[in-house]
Design a protein around this ligand. Sequence first.
Ligand code: UD1
Ligand code: CA
Length: 492
Amino acid sequence: MDNLTVIVLAAGGGTRMKSKTMKVLHPIGGRSMIGHVLAAVQAVEPQRIVAVVGHQRDQVGPHIQQLVPDCVLAVQETQEGTGHAVRVAIEAAGTARGTVVVAAGDTPLLRGESLRAFIAEHEAAQRAVSILSGIVADPFGYGRVIRNPEGDVEAIVEEKDATPEQREIAEINSGILAFDAEFLADALPRISNDNNKGEYYLTDTVQIARDAGMTVGAFAIDDVSETEGANDRAQLAELGRLLNQRIVTDWMREGVTVMDPATTWIDADVQLAQDVTILPGTQLLGATVVADDAVIGPDTTLKDCEVGAGARVVRTHAELAVIGDQAVVGPFSYLRPGTRLGARGKIGAFVETKNAQIGDEAKVPHLSYVGDAEIGEGTNIGAGTIFANYDGVAKHRTVVGRHARTGSNNTFVAPVTIGDGAGTAGGTTVRRDVPPGALAVSSGPQRNLEGWAQSKRAGTAQADAASRAGEQQVSDLTDPGVGNADAGGTQS
Ligand code: UD1
Ligand code: CA
């Protein structure tokens, strides 16, 4: 929008959060509170955005500049009220023309569309001031919109300055105001701090406009949660729930099946394709992207992950991992950053992976740790395999080629390479490279020390069991009928 300046107020302390972290930096739906406000503001494409920072500006300022690099930062050294904050913003940005909109940095549910509609209404009516108002069940703490008997807006009166009758008014100032820039420049120096809080109230501009015979109006928002601020952590959690409900509902409307919206959490920046199914107890966080027909959950957390079409991810915790098309992960898998699983690959139960590239149709099905590794396409890693990547000082890589078949309970001591089509026997500790097609065997031939339990563990249940098995064997041999019948069963 041309000739539009948006000022976001974020200088206040937010003491009720009782936190080292500034209020507007608290996360909700995968972004900071102010991150949501800035996204809504950016959606209306203003000519410029000015943010007023004060408390902990060494943290808030850089955060804002990272999100909106061309945002003008205005520093309000002492918090003397919203009117003072806007004056500081205008001074930092230089004179504004057209429309100036003021919003607060702690209303994370604000939507760009609502802001756009409000600004359009303000400009069409050519008002000096427009108030984005809301009708609320409990107006306590808000500025009340005072109207005359004809219904025209006359003033905003703050809670602390309101009469008992004014406190009954349910129409409140959301804190989002739109101004004609010239009027605002003229009115700001005329605001006084002669009130019960001793602050310069931006809301006094309404009375100033009325006294000058200018037009003032209020535009009530449909969904008042959009302008609700979170002052403490209980309110933050409640807004988080509402935001999540909105996100989950929006995805269901886009063709995503969500079996249990109440236990499904989806961050604002997650992207889901059509016919994705999300089962109960699932959190999709950060910049996670899920392609068509994938089924996620139950009880799965994916942060900054990419899931391919038709993949199946069950009871899994994964971060910065890529899961290929039609791949299968879980149950009980832990995918750490740098995991890449190819198409139709498998990471199975009780498998942990980190910085591991696992090729198409390659499988790590059971009880394994795969760290700093590359596994070629079509390879199968035996149950209980450890990729020993750490020698106590440095991390090393293991490379397993294509279509290899490694045995159960192996240890691959990195750095080591197992060639294409190679194999390893059960229980192998691979310390030297295995050439393509070779079978590596590291354990020695098995020796059985007969009668060991009876001689070294005499008098224990182990020795008794061994002795009874000995008698059993003898009786089996002396009874040809029973012996034949049992032969097949005892071998399996
Ligand atoms: C303000 C409005 C009130 C409205 C309410 C909505 C005024 C005088 N009152 O009251 O009508 O119903 O918001 O939530 O505007 N801030 C600064 N610098 C300051 C003071 C505040 O940056 O010197 C920032 C705060 O960080 C916050 C916003 O401005 O983001 C609102 O300030 P706050 O003190 O919370 O105003 P309220 O008393 O809630
Ligand atoms: Ca407030």
